[in-house]
Design a protein around this ligand. Structure first.
Ligand code: NAP
Length: 270
């Protein structure tokens, strides 16, 4: 018997064969140490272990409504930027966890308030909220930072990314990599047009997290906007304004190696 007596851990796995295999090995090892592994997600658990790739991590966070229970990830996905533990290191992870040999890192989230002519809807994302055209047409957006008009954007759309999301869609679209502990949002254009007809910023802007980024679709585009929240498409009619800022809510993850971020960047992107 180990040191896990009366301590509950949730194991959240995606459906791929490798993840399910790791999930049953991990369940057995943790139960051997005395931990309780419930069959269904428990809100009383002290840790969420997510098995899969980054997509599995994002879905686990959304499905469980951005819980305050910290996460740690075991990577069976393609990239696994969020997923620190490799399946072959499970035993080492369990030992370090029992010893308390880790830090807890806070992950900032982006929050969106989408107001239509009749209602307002609230969104939260780990990586990003994207505002783009729902057909293959140029969209025109008025963009304000804390009430100051920045630009009339014309192009495919914009990404509003968190620091942890900066290595995802934002990075593929030419945005900068932002260290996770910085309290910022990044506004990154998607195929911006800069011509005699339209003039849009071609690069990202990094905005302090407490400032509000407001986006107003031009009137005739109010029904042509698609919002993509961590990869999930959402459609609203008659959008008047979308306000985005860093959320007061955070999620937490365990970090076992303080150099992980920079090592991860090098090994996964270069
Ligand atoms: P997906 O289309 O199946 O996968 C998107 C890819 O992005 C996967 O390789 C995923 O890693 C990786 N990823 C996710 N979050 C990341 C992060 N914070 N840093 C580095 N890489 C990350 O979609 P999904 O798995 O449901 O994930 C949704 C995310 O896809 C969105 O939040 C958006 O950022 C990203 N996306 C990227 C592009 C693009 O780069 N052109 C376009 C659309 C959406 P795993 O392989 O480990 O799952």
């Amino acid at each position: 018997m180990g040191d896990g007596k009366n301590r509950t851990i949730n194991i959240i796995s995606n459906y791929n064969t490798e993840s399910k295999k790791i999930s049953s090995i991990l369940t057995k090892r943790l139960r051997d140490k005395g931990f309780l592994i419930p069959d269904k997600y428990s809100r009383e658990a002290e840790l969420n272990i997510c098995i899969g790739g980054d997509g599995a991590f994002l879905r686990a966070v959304h499905r469980n409504n951005f819980p305050s229970i910290p996460f740690v990830g075991i990577n069976t996905g393609h990239l696994g930027f969020f997923q620190e533990i490799l399946p072959e290191n499970i035993d080492d992870f369990i030992e370090k966890y029992i010893q308390g040999d880790y830090n807890i890192e806070e992950i900032s989230l982006v929050e969106g308030k989408v107001c239509t002519k009749t209602n307002c809807f609230y969104l939260t994302a780990v990586n990003e909220i994207v505002i783009k055209g729902n057909k293959s047409k140029v969209i025109h957006l008025e963009i304000y930072i804390d009430g100051n008009h920045l630009e009339r954007f014309s192009g495919d759309g914009v990404i509003i990314s968190t620091p942890v999301g900066s290595t995802a869609y934002n990075f593929s679209s030419g945005g900068s990599i932002i260290y996770p502990s910085l309290k910022t949002l990044q506004l990154t254009p998607l195929s911006p047009i800069s011509s005699k007809a339209y003039r849009s910023l071609l690069n990202s802007a990094i905005v302090p997290g407490h400032m509000v980024i407001s986006i107003k679709p031009e009137l005739k585009y109010e029904n042509s906007i698609l919002i993509v929240n961590d990869g999930v498409e959402l459609k609203y009619s008659n959008i008047e304004i979308i306000n985005l800022k860093l959320s007061n809510k955070i999620i937490k993850r365990l970090v076992f190696d303080k150099n992980m971020y920079w090592n991860n960047l090098k090994s996964k992107f270069l």
